[in-house]
Write a protein that binds this ligand. Structure first.
Ligand SMILES: [Zn+2]
Length: 468
């Protein structure tokens, strides 16, 4: 199995630190709003990486944090006049709902930065003791970047180039010994959440959070550290500096980064009006379609989101689900628990396509080619498996497609979940039925909705609904 390692800029054979186990850390979102579809890409991509390791028999310890203390969270809390923790708790819950919709497995652990402050204080203390960090007059603690000789090894930048461009990477505070130094701990401002520390009442810098949470839940050395490519510098570069300076060991063996997601060939931004949350997408599409779309390109290729491409993904997914549905019907009627002689070759073809899929995934998780192999399998099933086939062949083919879809996190059971628009439509129908005094129909619609997990509430302002 080969993985492209950002650290070495090449594909490398995956050798785990511990036989049969994978220790993996994926940087999670800062929770100040609904997640956007740019956040969704690493979630889906690395969930698929995790699932493929599981398929190959690895035990995966998968840790992904929530950054729940941050300027943006504090800003939102001030706007709403509530505690920062209320904002982060709310959007962690919403994020988990979106993850469920995208069929992203919950991490083994989802640590919260605010619950790991003790570990951060300990790591900062060690870095100061070892001479890698220092306290400025106002209580800010900085990392002494030039002291870590390998700084720049992940982003392949050299210190002097960085120094020349220091304006871009400058962080708050004027008391730094060197422009390249970055914040480990900073003093609180009025109205901000804070923790006591030996240096000042304040809060951690962003980078130290991940170094600490990774160490606590996965140990000083891990197999894979992953995230979006925008995190390579400075976030991951700084994590390496902190962790390796503190622990005296190589932090992560493989660094994986997914490429950007563009919208209609433009960078996603609020000002361009092409900014979508996952929740907004879920009102138009089943999130399975979003997942399928995200995996239709290799994770290191930039991906362009457009209505046309989503439509193509919806059709592609539908073709697979219809193929599986047909095999299910055939399976119910078919007989013969072993292959007929003339089916041996067909069975070989199934195995060949499964091997093709695995070869694609073994080559740095090439989900685009893996999906092509699934399409080939579906096409094979549609043309070579029919009423005359034995149950053995039908089941083998169906099982192969289902398993390979499952590794990609694609749910092959036809989803019965209703879209918001469909629910609104049914509610309108029910309203009309009541107007027509057709209470039997009104009740029937209510029951139908209830059976699909939609609860109705008649209020003075009209009917409100929610998902159970
Ligand atoms: Zn991180």
């Amino acid at each position: 199995m080969k993985i492209y390692n950002t650290l070495t800029k090449q594909k490398e054979e995956f050798v785990p630190l511990e036989e049969g186990k994978v220790r993996m850390y994926v940087c999670g979102p800062t929770v100040y709003n609904f997640i956007h579809i740019g956040n969704a890409r690493p979630m889906i991509v690395f969930d698929t990486v995790r699932r493929y390791f599981m398929y190959k028999g690895f035990e995966v310890n998968y840790v992904s944090n929530f950054t729940d203390v941050d300027d943006k969270i504090i800003k939102k809390a001030i706007e709403e006049g509530v505690d920062a923790s209320e904002i982060s708790t709310r959007y962690i819950e919403e994020c988990k709902k979106d993850m469920e919709g995208m069929n992203v497995l919950p991490a083994t652990v989802h640590p919260l930065a605010t619950e790991e402050i003790g570990g951060m204080l300990a790591m900062i203390r060690t870095l100061i003791e070892k001479g890698y960090a220092y306290q400025a007059q106002d209580g800010t603690v900085y990392f002494r970047t030039r002291k870590f000789g390998e700084y720049g090894k992940l982003s392949h930048k050299n210190l002097d180039d960085l120094q020349a461009g220091h304006r871009e990477i400058k962080v708050t505070g004027d008391e730094k010994e060197d422009e390249l130094d970055f914040v480990l701990w900073k003093p609180k401002k009025d109205g901000e959440p804070y923790w006591e520390s030996p240096w000042c009442n304040g809060r951690p810098g962003w980078h130290i959070e991940c170094s600490v949470m990774s160490k606590k839940y996965l140990g000083e050395q891990i197999d894979i550290h992953a995230g979006g490519e925008d995190l390579i510098f400075p976030h991951h570069e700084n994590e390496i500096a902190q962790s390796e300076a503190c622990n005296g060991k190589e932090f992560a063996k493989y660094w994986m980064h997914n490429a950007f997601l563009n919208i209609d060939n433009k960078k996603m931004s609020k000002s361009l009006g092409n900014f979508f949350t996952v929740r907004e997408i879920s009102e138009k599409y089943d999130l399975q379609v979003l997942r399928f779309f995200m995996l239709s390109a290799h994770y290191r290729s930039p991906l362009n989101f457009s209505a046309d491409l989503m439509e193509a993904s919806r059709n592609g997914l539908e073709r697979i689900l219809t193929g599986i549905g047909r095999l299910k019907d055939l399976e119910e009627k078919a007989e013969g628990s072993s292959l007929a002689a003339e089916e041996e070759e067909l069975s070989e073809k199934v195995k060949e396509l499964v091997a093709k899929y695995e070869a694609a995934m073994d080559d740095d998780f090439n989900t685009a080619d893996a999906i092509s192999a699934i399409f080939e399998l579906v096409k094979f099933a549609n043309t070579s498996v029919d009423e005359s086939s034995t149950k053995a062949l039908v089941s083998e083919t169906k099982h192969a497609i289902e398993t390979l879809c499952d590794v990609l996190g694609i749910i092959t059971e036809k989803k019965e979940e209703l879209l918001d628009a469909e629910i609104e439509e049914l509610i309108a129908k029910r309203k009309q039925a009541r107007k027509d005094r057709n209470f039997a129909l009104a009740d029937e619609i209510r029951d139908t909705l209830a059976s699909r997990g939609i609860l109705l509430e008649d209020t003075r302002e009209g009917v409100k609904w929610k998902r159970a």
